[in-house]
Write a new protein. Structure first.
Length: 765
């Protein structure tokens, strides 16, 4: 079997991920309103895929036409070949979406929400909607004619338009009429009738009454359509004039993005001539035309579900779940001085972290706060805390990544606000995006300097912290603080971090460290020890890491991966990856955290990081991770991984052909929803250390499973997940005083054991 047989194309793997999102739009275990949201998420995901990935591939294909093209380094496909594979797979997804949408309308009607069908209006309804159109919509429409005197208009990205084929009087010629249906218009219209809530879409109203706009005798064919444009912009070499504000460069690029080439045309089935005219004008082939029966933009479902919620239908939604808050007197900074802390979002609130920043802004001992900012909320308390700190005379350094795709304008605005408040704003590198999540608070006292360092997997964004699962590690460790300080110094002078002991810092000290950890586990397996790895992240495409996973599998290492999205490696390929097991979790929350656990048969080393195993993360971005050494937090992370590996509600497991099958509970086995199980796992987490007896060194594990070894025979690997055996740490004095200044370093206090036992007991009840 060829080496390439273990690889999956990145773009096709992403489409498989979006299919997993789409099927939740018909999942009977998902409440109806949440099904509608998943259909909308599927649609917005696909929009971005075409804007970024298809747009990039199209540009590459155009540039390489007639030349020898560089092939993708895993499946050996050219850009043209990838585009050719993407289009039919997308068309099939759209057919499935249309079916799920039709079923959703049936279910909505059964719940008292009926979509207006303008092809089946009664006379009474026809009169009502015609009058409504003439009074509310017709006055604000701006119809256009395309002919020799009127050029073809620019069609905005993702806007919906009415296209009409018009017959010229006294001639056999046809012209094209276009009506923009602006996103500024109210898209949904609700009417109560016969104890039902009827809803109509603006674009369908305009379509139905097109004859009132252009004249009944002129309209030959009509349809709605929507154009998706390339949005893959980047700062090109030569644009970085040091005399020009970087924000001005990004603002200029945002203007250019709006006018990039079209990459997709969405139309309904009934207007082939209009579609043909549009393709000609937009320079699109028929392969880029996607015919669909469902609305061209499903985002209206968000407005509909808001209406359903306000109408009082809790049974149509997930049971409300709020982030857990600590006790009122909880002081995160004080806790961190005693022991390391790990917060898990959205199950635990981000408020203690924000409160810590606000307290630091007022603390006379704090001399500086430094932070990397990638995606921020539009109303950010985190940024306001930095502003307050600067106004109080603290040194505040904020690295704002202006190239965070589709958040560029928000980041430009926040960078100006920070600068006006007196913060030092830096922008990182020309060639590397800064994707790390790193905060450093520096304090000075009579004993010298001390640090509080936060390293996270998710953005400093209050809104997404309630929707994405992420981990936030906070420590007063002197060594980590010094390394974080070095990272910020390097960022300020556009220098990559080359050396670090406790932190992972991409692109130079991230992949290499993880590959070394994999080698350590592989060597243990070859010595006959029950070695294993559990790797949780969003995506994997890095060829070096994939080949190392193959090597580990062949050595007899049990590998469990939890990969939500893109996965370019096949699991279970005989002779290559048969000891590799991959599952994807797609559920109520977006799985976004990264945990990397390596067990060599004796000790477990666990890391969290901002970076995935995508090549862009390992080689083209500044990412930050950290090895978690606190025994309590290691046990906590291990419990999270084991919980996710036991999920039989949200999980789908990869098959050797690259497809995914839903994981179902065995007869008599309880349902385990790992996302909901986290609330029980973390129920007493805020105060557990103050109550807990010493933890056992080994936690319970499931029965062992055999592992096939393809090189030197290895002992049967233990079933995933493996126990966390705490590494022996050298005794530390209560106070460490490294030159030139001392800092207090306290040992972690033990915590209560039995997290998994409590959790399983909860589910068995």
């Amino acid at each position: 079997m060829s080496e390439e047989s273990i690889f999956i194309n990145r773009e096709l793997s992403w489409l498989d991920f979006n299919r997993r999102v789409l099927v939740l739009g018909k999942d009977k275990n998902v409440p109806l309103a949440e099904q509608l949201k998943f259909l909308a998420i599927y649609g917005s995901n696909l929009d971005e895929f075409f804007m970024v990935r298809v747009g990039s591939l199209q540009e590459r294909a155009n540039l390489m036409r007639g030349k020898k093209e560089k092939r993708e380094n895993k499946t050996n496909m050219t850009a043209e070949e990838q585009l050719a594979a993407i289009m039919p797979k997308t068309a099939q997804l759209q057919e499935d979406c249309d079916k799920y949408y039709a079923k959703a309308l049936e279910n909505l009607a059964a719940c008292g929400y009926r979509k207006v069908d303008f092809d089946k209006l009664s006379k009474e309804d026809e009169h009502f909607w015609k009058k409504y159109f003439q009074s509310e919509l017709f006055p604000i429409l701006s119809p256009q004619i395309v002919d020799s005197r009127h050029p073809f208009p620019f069609l905005r990205n993702k806007e919906i338009y009415l296209g009409v084929l018009l017959h010229e009087k006294h001639t056999s010629e046809h012209t094209l009429g276009i009506v923009p249906i602006s996103s500024q218009m109210e898209r949904m219209h609700f009417v109560r009738k016969d104890n039902e809530t009827c809803f109509a879409l603006t674009e369908e109203l305009v379509l139905h009454y097109a004859a009132l706009i252009f004249g009944k005798e002129n309209v030959q064919e009509k349809c709605l359509f929507r154009v998706t444009r390339n949005a893959d912009i980047d700062v090109k070499e030569g644009m970085m004039d040091h005399d020009i504000d970087y924000r001005e460069i990004m603002a200029d690029l945002l203007k250019r993005r709006r006018k990039l080439a079209a990459v997709r045309l969405q139309v309904p089935p009934a207007a082939p001539q209009v579609a043909q005219l549009l393709c000609s004008r937009l320079e699109l082939t028929h392969k880029r035309v996607f015919v669909q029966k469902s609305p061209l933009d499903l985002s209206f479902f968000y407005k509909l579900t808001s209406r359903m919620e306000s109408d009082g239908h809790p049974e149509l939604f997930y049971t409300p779940a709020r982030p857990m808050l600590p006790p009122q007197d909880y002081d995160l900074a004080a806790e961190v001085e005693k022991h390391d802390v790990l917060l898990s979002y959205p199950y635990q609130s981000i408020r203690p972290f924000i409160a810590m920043l606000k307290k630091a802004a007022q603390d006379p001992d704090v001399i500086s706060i430094k932070m990397t900012l990638y995606r921020m909320a539009r109303e950010s308390q985190i940024v306001q805390a930095l502003v307050e700190a600067a106004e109080n005379g603290k040194e505040v350094v904020a690295l704002v990544e202006l190239r965070a795709r589709f958040d560029e304008q928000n980041n430009i605005d926040w960078s100006k606000h920070l600068e006006e408040a007196g913060c030092t704003v830096i922008y990182g590198f020309d060639d590397y995006k800064v994707h790390s999540k790193l905060t450093l608070i520096t304090k000075k006292s009579a004993h010298g300097y001390s640090y509080i360092t936060q390293i996270g997997t998710g953005n400093y964004n209050e809104k997404t912290s309630e929707l994405y699962t992420d981990y936030s590690f906070i420590t007063a460790d002197l060594g980590i603080g010094e390394e974080a300080s070095n990272v910020f110094q390097n960022l300020a002078v556009q220098k990559l971090t080359e050396e670090s002991e406790k932190m992972l810092v991409a692109p130079l000290r991230f992949k290499s460290v993880l590959l070394d950890e994999m080698d350590r586990v592989i060597n243990a397996a070859r010595l006959g020890r029950p070695a294993s790895m559990i790797l949780k992240n969003n995506s994997i495409s890095d060829r070096d890491i994939i080949l190392k996973l193959e090597e580990a599998s062949c050595a007899g290492v049990r590998i469990d991966m939890i990969v939500r999205g893109i996965c370019c490696v096949r699991a279970g390929v005989p002779g290559k990856t048969e000891n590799l097991h991959i599952r994807s979790l797609v559920g109520r929350y977006l799985e976004h955290g990264r945990i990397y656990s390596f067990y060599d048969g004796v000790n477990t080393r666990i890391y969290i990081a901002s970076g995935d195993f995508l090549t862009r993360n390992t080689e083209c971005r500044v990412e930050v991770g950290v090895r978690v050494e606190d025994p309590v937090l290691k046990e906590k992370l291990d419990s999270i991984l084991r919980l996710q590996l036991s999920d039989n509600v949200n999980a789908r497991e990869m098959q050797p052909d690259g497809s995914y099958q839903k994981v179902k509970p065995a007869p008599g086995e309880p349902l385990v929803n790992s996302q909901m199980g986290m609330y029980d796992l973390l129920r007493d987490d805020w105060t557990a250390r103050d109550k807990a007896p010493a933890p056992a060194s080994v936690v319970e594990t499931p029965k062992p499973q055999p592992v096939k070894a393809l090189e030197k025979p290895a002992a049967p690997a233990k079933a995933a997940p493996q126990p966390v055996e705490l590494e022996k740490q050298p005794a530390q004095p209560e106070k460490a005083a490294p030159a030139p200044m001392p800092i207090v370093v306290t040992e972690s206090r033990p915590r209560r054991t039995g997290l998994l036992s409590r959790l399983l007991e909860h589910f068995l009840k």
